[in-house]
Design a protein around this ligand. Structure first.
Ligand SMILES: Cc1ncc(COP(=O)(O)O)c(C=O)c1O
Length: 406
């Protein structure tokens, strides 16, 4: 086995002639088989290099997660530059060693102010925040229930918690109730998103929390796609008046509406304290880079002070939904169902040729197996830009849905 891995490494790293004459090993064959399978299913993924930011170069970016357009806001960039100059490129250690800097405290205070929650703890990514939360809040005697459409990071976190976990029907408080009834006697953590990124629907958080309270379960709400858009930018938990509710913890990514990078967990100080002491993805991870922390802190301030940002997302989302003939989703992302992965890929490529970048969701990244064009209605786009782009999206989607392309 060891020699086979060595063979693979030397082949891929362009080693000398000896490796070229060796027969393909089991790992090479396995990788080829997996690649062939992806090609056959139309699920090949790429990580294309974007040479410069698309906006302003005749290309309209409706693909990114920069919902409020804050990633290049002057106040955000100034804060990042200043932190970079003052604190350097990295946090240089984990948060518990020497990696907690004043920018991390500022970020946590601003997130508290923005969301209304009692305490915040910054992580290096939203993925790490979910991982830390579910693993640290479970342990012996606990179980996890996930909404069937929950993000991959929550599924991975459930797996890594090493406790029994299951899913319940998407956005269905009745299904959650019966799943919790079957687990009476266990300490159960329930994890959902506030706004789902693929279908764009909002969770019935109040009903879900009522069910959790009936069973003394803890509800973890991932506001990755709710923050900045719902609740005048303060998130869906805030909009529904659930801030400070018992047994409720919120997780965030700083990489979407806040235009930066990183993650956070918000809730009671006791939860923050517990995570500082037990969340392995916090303890054994280098602190969030100072420039990213400062950028997210500046963006949090902008979102808190300017509710019109969220209003502009909603208004642009309405335009996209109306022009494309779909129901308006709760968040910034509007999704157009396509008949097949290849139709979605071809339509997205055709739109790119015409200067409009849209996302393309295909299995296995969709919860229901339906491929979609993913259109982000950013706050910083002018209404006429959105109208023009949405018209192109609608026409390409129709063409490729009907098989009229080519
Ligand atoms: C719902 C949800 N949770 C968590 C994450 C992970 O966040 P990050 O990219 O900061 O790791 C994402 C990002 O794609 C997400 O969509």
């Amino acid at each position: 086995m060891r020699s086979t891995v060595g063979q693979l490494a030397s082949a891929s790293m362009g080693a000398g002639p000896r490796s070229r004459t060796q027969p393909a090993g089991v790992w090479d064959a396995w990788l080829r088989e997996r690649a062939d399978l992806r090609a056959e299913r139309g699920t090949v993924r790429h990580d294309p290099v974007l040479r410069g930011r698309p906006s302003g170069q005749g290309v309209l970016d409706l693909a990114s997660n920069d919902y409020l357009g804050l990633s290049r806001h002057p106040a955000v960039l100034d804060a990042a530059h200043e932190a970079l100059d003052r604190w350097g490129a990295g946090a240089t250690a984990s948060r518990l060693v020497t990696g907690t800097l004043p920018v991390h405290r500022t970020l946590e205070e601003r997130l508290v102010r923005l969301t209304g929650q009692a305490a915040a703890l910054a992580f290096s990514t939203g993925y790490a925040a979910n991982l830390g939360t579910l693993t640290a809040l479970t342990g012996r005697g606990a179980q996890i229930l996930l909404d069937a459409h929950a993000h991959a990071s929550l599924h991975d976190a459930a797996r890594m918690s090493r406790v029994p976990y299951a899913t319940f029907d998407h956005n269905d408080p009745g299904a959650l109730d019966s799943a919790l009834r079957q687990r009476s006697g266990s300490r159960v953590v329930v994890a959902v998103e506030s706004v789902y990124s693929v279908l764009g629907d909002a969770a019935p958080l109040r009903d879900l929390l009522d069910v959790c309270h009936r069973h003394q379960a803890l509800l973890v709400v991932d506001e990755a796609h709710g923050l900045g858009v719902a609740g005048h930018g303060r998130g869906l938990v805030h909009e529904l008046g659930l801030v400070g509710a018992r047994d409720l913890v919120v997780t965030l990514t700083l990489s979407k509406s806040l235009g930066a990078q990183g993650g956070a967990v918000l809730g009671p100080p006791a939860v923050r304290d517990h995570l500082v002491n037990t969340a392995r993805s916090f303890i054994f991870d280098t602190g969030l880079a100072p420039a990213a922390a400062a950028a997210a802190a500046a963006a949090s301030l902008l979102v808190a002070d300017d509710p019109s940002l969220a209003a502009r997302v909603r208004s642009n989302a309405r335009t996209v939904a109306t022009v494309c003939g779909i129901e308006q989703a709760a968040g910034a992302v509007q999704s157009l169902p396509m008949p097949s992965p290849s139709a979605a890929v071809t339509a997205a490529a055709a739109l790119c040729e015409r200067g409009v970048l849209v996302g393309c969701f295909r299995p296995p990244s969709v919860p229901d197996g339906v491929s979609r064009l993913r259109v982000t209605a950013r706050a910083d786009l002018a209404p006429e830009e959105v109208l023009g782009a949405a018209t192109l999206v609608a026409s390409e989607a129709t063409k490729h849905r009907d098989g009229r392309a080519g």
